[in-house]
Design a protein around this ligand. Structure first.
Ligand SMILES: Nc1ncnc2c1ncn2[C@@H]1O[C@H](COP(=O)(O)OP(=O)(O)O)[C@@H](O)[C@H]1O
Ligand SMILES: C[C@H](O)[C@H](O)[C@@H](O)C(=O)COP(=O)(O)O
Ligand SMILES: [Mg+2]
Length: 472
């Protein structure tokens, strides 16, 4: 009897529970529950509503039963870097502050006074994003040292949900690497670095690998749900799960396209050469100690915020259509400019940037949307050039996975700009990667190569080639 699993994938803009099982040689998916996720202001900070998110996870588990599903296991993945600290009684000491909160402003520079940027990169191989966990903890140490002194457990967001499900505390490897506190070579918490920063190393748990079975549900939850499940650690960093779903990684560049665009390649070892540092690439940990050599690009966050600024009156598909109709608008912005990380109004931030750079200022919805999409393409093209320079090779194909792969205008623009074959899909790549990790843990799939073959057989991808400009 084939085993059913349920993946919980929570990205910065939405969460979903997707059940999966293998039937007739393919992975069959069933969406069980979908919900919104967003950052909210709590006191002086931008935070995630983790209690609401956990309630949505439980609602989804209840829906499994209503659908007649009794999953053997559940696995949770979310965005990276953010965390909750627990006291000695296992109670949260902090809100789940978001990586977009300004509390880390200036912290990176303060940390460089303790350990140089070069040395930090050589030891961790992680890109310099001002919101990395290392800078969040350093900020907390400056503002509320008493909280850090009381903290007995550091749990990243998926691990906090795992703790609520099982009562067990564990840090998982792929997400731990995003903190910039794991040594890229020992693959363990860098206790010397933590000591230098004055952060208590004892609150970190031993790092567990994806495919680990963490435990079972608490008795209270078995009673509530009416059934038990194993809680499995997938690659709990959502991008770590997404990359597992790239059907074929031979000579391809992937773009995990959601709130963020994560563009990179899979590599068997970390690359910490000076050029990788200069171009700010990261070496986040992957399943089976693979490396995700990639960089963050601001991503579809920008169109999400544009949509919100227009009071959500346009669907994403309508924004794409309107961008298509604004074909003659040409201005572009540097999407990785810090002003776009959390502006009060994204439209105004884009317009101001165009004004400051003496470009036409977008005024219509279509012009704003086109400016976002064209600007993302420009950033992807630059990153691809940097990857090919570092690897000293040309990559022939690009795999776009995640919700953003539904943006066919963007897919075509990427193919036109890079002259590479673009494969788009699967949309729910993260949940699929989460599910195959569980199926491997349960012995339904032997290894990652087999998992990727299963994914290739199970999901359609759309192909986009450069359209040669017609010469009249
Ligand atoms: N029908 C669509 N057409 C074009 N783009 C879409 C469509 N549906 C979703 N998207 C894009 O996908 C993005 C969400 O991707 P997703 O992977 O779900 O994000 P996350 O995991 O970060 O919450 C949206 O911001 C939007 O830009
Ligand atoms: C802040 C991190 O860089 C971010 O979590 C990124 O790594 C990521 O995985 C984002 O996933 P989304 O699904 O929210 O785009
Ligand atoms: Mg996502």
């Amino acid at each position: 009897m084939t085993k059913h699993c349920v993946a919980v994938d929570i990205g910065a803009s939405s969460g979903r529970l997707i059940a999966g099982h293998i039937e007739n040689g393919t992975l069959q998916l069933q969406e069980v529950h979908r919900f919104e996720n967003k950052i909210v202001q709590k006191g002086n900070h931008f935070c995630w509503e983790v209690d609401t998110l956990f309630a949505e996870i439980k609602k989804g588990i209840h829906k499994c039963r209503e659908l007649g599903l009794q999953p053997e296991s559940i696995g949770i993945d979310t965005w990276a870097v953010d965390f909750v600290l627990l006291d000695e009684d296992g109670n949260p000491l902090t809100d789940a502050v978001s990586y977009r909160d300004p509390r880390t402003d200036g912290m990176m520079e303060e940390v460089f006074n303790i350990i140089s940027k070069e040395r930090l990169y050589l030891e961790t191989g992680i890109q310099f994003q001002k919101f990395n966990t290392i800078y969040q903890l350093y900020a907390l140490k400056q503002s509320n040292p008493e909280i850090l002194e009381k903290a007995k457990a550091f749990l990243m967001i998926p691990e906090y949900f795992n703790y609520l499900l099982t009562g067990k505390k564990a840090n998982e490897y792929t997400n731990a690497t995003s903190t910039q506190l794991v040594n890229a070579f020992t693959k363990k918490w860098d206790k010397e670095l933590l000591g230098q920063l004055g952060i208590n190393p004892d609150m970190f748990q031993d790092i567990q690998m994806p495919k680990t079975i963490l435990g079972n549900l608490t008795e209270e939850l078995v009673e509530e749900f009416g059934f038990d499940m194993k809680v499995v650690l997938p690659a709990t960093h959502d991008t770590g799960s997404a990359v597992l779903s790239v059907p074929s990684l031979e000579d391809t560049i992937y773009i995990s396209s959601g709130t963020w665009s994560l563009i990179g390649v899979e590599n068997p070892f970390p690359i910490c050469v000076p050029k990788a540092l200069d171009y700010n690439f990261t070496n986040e940990g992957g399943m089976d100690y693979r490396y995700r050599f990639l960089k963050n690009i601001m991503g579809l966050w920008m169109i999400q915020e544009v949509r919100r600024n227009y009071n959500n009156q346009y669907s994403f598909a309508e924004l794409v259509q309107l961008a298509q109709e604004a074909a003659d608008f040409r201005s572009i912005v540097n999407v990785d400019d810090a002003r776009f990380l959390k502006p009060d109004n994204m439209i105004k931030a884009i317009q101001n940037y165009c004004r400051e750079t003496e470009q036409a200022v977008p005024s219509t919805v279509g012009e704003v949307a086109k400016c976002v999409f064209d600007s993302l393409v420009a950033s992807y093209e630059k990153a691809i050039g940097e990857i090919e320079e570092i690897f000293e090779k040309e990559f022939k194909t690009i795999h776009i996975i995640g919700g953003g792969c539904q943006n066919e205008l963007l897919n075509q623009k990427i193919a036109d700009a890079t002259n590479k074959t673009v494969y788009a899909g699967p949309v729910e790549a993260t949940a699929i990667g989460n599910l195959v990790a569980q199926l491997m843990a349960l012995g339904e799939i032997d290894n990652l190569n087999e998992a990727r073959e299963l994914i290739q057989q199970s999901f359609e991808v759309k192909t986009f080639e450069k359209i040669e400009a017609c010469i009249n």
